[in-house]
Design a protein around this ligand. Structure first.
Ligand SMILES: *Cc1c(COP(=O)(O)O)cnc(C)c1O
Length: 384
């Protein structure tokens, strides 16, 4: 007898039944396959257009002869390097297969049925997914209004108000993806002071390197000593250009790190990833060059978008959330047909008139601009 079409769905735990899978930026190969387009520019996943440090690549390559071995499950060398880099105890570091892995570890260690996770509307989609997957209740606090200096960004007062006796985790992205908005150090400190100590605060700093010049911004590693309920997450996927290797980490109180390490899968960070991360950490020049390129290209792109009559949200990241108007889906499609992949942020992100565009190389941003110009000619863009 054939199975009813919902047979396995009904078997899944309740949180998983209700999950919408994460929608990643469209891969280059998929666009090639589906549209037959070549010479594709991908500005959809906030990757570093310069690629990784050549030293990180060389370090990864040198490990290839030992790939029949398991990695060091404790990641000794990388944790030592990170501890020195941040001037913290190695026991306060938890390694992840990307920082997404950390978000999931926090959810598995601290969330579950009957518990709540608070995050901001228009924040990174993984917060809701990781919480729901373990049966917890995701609570999206209202975001800043459009007129705010940080439009659609985190409203920390609203987030504080959303915390109940059942809240165990609060997720904050600073800067936030997909909006690009950021929080000043003083408002974060006020928030940390106001949150009960039995609520874990995750401060997701995936874009920290790009944000350091943003007014009021301060990176959060020093707060870990002051707020034992704080977990700062970092990644090698963005400014270090190692998204494909999957390596990130958390900084926290050693007791929290111990709990995270209990739910961490053994060998979650591969041998090449550990080696590349150690080398990337030592190559500050590459990060500086990446940040400089981002700043220069962001300014150029903004001037050109303004020329097209477009508006965008303030950004402390390596991307811009650009308002293209009610036909954003057609604009996205039109860009795909011209070989340019950007990121829709309607659906799960609740910003249906916007598209998120990563800052690429000058040539890549030029392709984006040219394509947007053509779509404007077709009347698809809502311009000021
Ligand atoms: C890109 C991104 C990450 C990084 O994910 P990895 O798993 O480290 O590749 C984390 N948080 C936010 C908000 C991001 O945009």
């Amino acid at each position: 007898m054939p199975l009813p079409t919902t047979f396995f769905c009904d078997l899944a735990v309740a949180g998983v039944q209700a999950l919408q899978p994460y929608q990643p930026g469209k891969p280059i190969e998929e666009l090639q396959r589906e549209y037959g387009v070549t010479d594709i520019v991908k500005l959809a996943s906030n990757e570093n257009p310069l690629g990784p440090s050549p030293k990180a690549l060389a370090a990864a390559r040198e490990t290839f002869a030992e790939l029949h071995r398991y990695p060091d499950g404790n990641g000794f060398a990388l944790r030592q390097a990170l501890a020195a880099h941040h001037d913290v105890d190695p026991l306060s570091i938890t390694l992840g297969s990307g920082s997404n892995d950390l978000l999931e570890m926090v959810a598995r260690a601290f969330l579950g049925p009957g518990r709540e996770a608070v995050f901001s509307k228009h924040a990174f989609a993984i917060y809701a997914i990781a919480s729901q997957a373990v049966g917890a209740t995701p609570v999206a606090a209202p975001a800043n209004p459009r007129e705010h200096a940080q439009p659609f960004g985190h409203d920390l007062d609203a987030m504080r108000a959303a915390i109940t006796a059942d809240t165990r985790v609060v997720f904050i992205a600073n800067p936030n993806n997909p909006t690009g908005t950021w929080l000043a150090a003083e408002e974060l400190e006020r928030f940390f002071d106001s949150v009960p100590r039995d609520v874990i605060i995750v401060l997701d700093e995936a874009y920290v390197e790009y944000a350091e010049a943003a007014p009021g911004y301060r990176e959060g590693s020093a707060w870990v000593a002051r707020y034992p309920n704080l977990v700062v997450t970092r990644t090698f996927s963005k400014a270090q250009g190692l998204a494909g290797l999957r390596v990130g980490y958390g900084l926290s109180h050693p007791q929290v790190a111990d709990l995270l390490n209990r739910v961490r899968m053994p060998f979650n960070v591969s041998i090449p990833a550990q080696a590349a991360a150690v080398a990337a950490l030592a190559d500050a020049e590459h990060v500086q060059a990446s940040v400089r390129l981002n700043r220069e290209e962001m300014q150029r792109l903004q001037a050109q978008l303004e020329g097209l009559g477009l508006r965008w949200l303030p950004s402390a990241g390596n991307f811009l959330c650009v308002e293209v108007g009610p036909r954003a889906a057609d604009v996205y499609e039109g860009l795909l047909r011209r070989g340019v992949i950007v990121r829709p942020v309607g659906g799960g992100y609740g910003l249906p008139t916007f598209l998120r565009m990563s800052i690429g190389l000058q040539r890549e941003n030029g392709r984006l601009l040219q394509a947007l110009g053509e779509l404007r000619e077709q009347g698809l863009l809502q311009v000021a």
